[in-house]
Write a protein that binds this ligand. Structure first.
Ligand code: 16G
Length: 245
């Protein structure tokens, strides 16, 4: 963390620089899951910033699930996650999956706006060339743990106001009669890049699963193209197989 001291060439606000320094300590493996953070006072002394600034940096990292605070005992790097089992045959949403496990889920929004569609999105969703799309990118947190980064693309004719999605996308689609009933999902192994690792609070290069879902309405119309990054240390995907026709 003391590397922060000399970084005067960086013009980011101090609390952000402190956040970065903590995230980098995590990404490089020099701070392990469950490890205690130095006290607020020690952090302030170590990095030459005020305790107010330390508090703000820590509060934001707690909000994103990177750190956890326990009443009376201090602040810790989020503990290693318990693996969750995810059925591959059911078309459910993140909120529903977590609710079924008795976990609350929330999102930290990275982007939520309407944009011109990229050619790959026009193809995947069968759009007209000039159609716009709603992009919803977010970090998905269950309980206290960031589990996935999700980047959903929906035709803007179906979702003209992406800011109406406060937590569950599928709940909003359901309300407007656009709940998908079928999906094709592609899963591939990837190593996390620096930015995604930082958001998920894990070491850069960690194993993860890249999941692309295209989902469809009963009419056959493609409605959603979502690319997600799921932590490899958190998920077991389970599918039931049967033999014969
Ligand atoms: C799931 C879906 C994602 C969908 C989201 C909606 C996978 C790989 N992805 O995470 O495609 O957009 O649920 O969740 O399962 P929500 O209704 O809670 O916003």
């Amino acid at each position: 963390l003391d590397r922060m001291r000399g970084d005067d060439h960086l013009h980011a606000p101090l609390y952000m620089r402190l956040q970065r320094a903590i995230e980098e300590a995590l990404a490089s493996g020099s701070m392990a899951p469950g490890e205690a953070l130095p006290s607020e006072r020690d952090l302030a002394n170590l990095t030459d910033v005020s305790r107010v600034t330390v508090r703000k940096a820590v509060r934001d990292l707690v909000e994103r699930g990177v750190l956890v605070q326990r009443q009376g005992s201090g602040t810790f790097v989020a503990p290693r996650v318990e693996r969750v089992e995810q059925q591959l045959s059911r078309l459910t949403s993140f909120s529903e999956d977590m609710a079924r496990r008795g976990l609350t889920s929330r999102s930290v929004w990275l982007d939520r706006g309407v944009y011109p569609a990229l050619p790959s999105e026009v193809m995947a969703l069968g759009l007209r060339g000039d159609e716009k799309v709603a992009r919803l990118s977010r970090l998905r947190i269950a309980g206290d743990t960031p589990l996935a980064i999700e980047r959903a693309v929906i035709s803007a004719t179906i979702l003209p106001a992406p800011r109406d999605v406060l937590s569950s996308l599928y709940a909003v689609l359901d309300q407007t009669g656009h709940r998908p009933v079928r999906a094709v999902q592609r899963i591939a192994a990837v190593n996390l890049g620096e930015e995604d690792a930082r958001l998920l609070g894990v070491v850069t290069g960690s194993a993860s699963l890249s999941i692309e879902r295209i989902s469809y309405l009963a009419s056959g119309r493609a409605i959603e193209l979502t690319r997600s990054i799921y932590r490899g240390d958190a998920y077991d995907f389970v599918a039931e197989l049967s033999w014969g026709a």
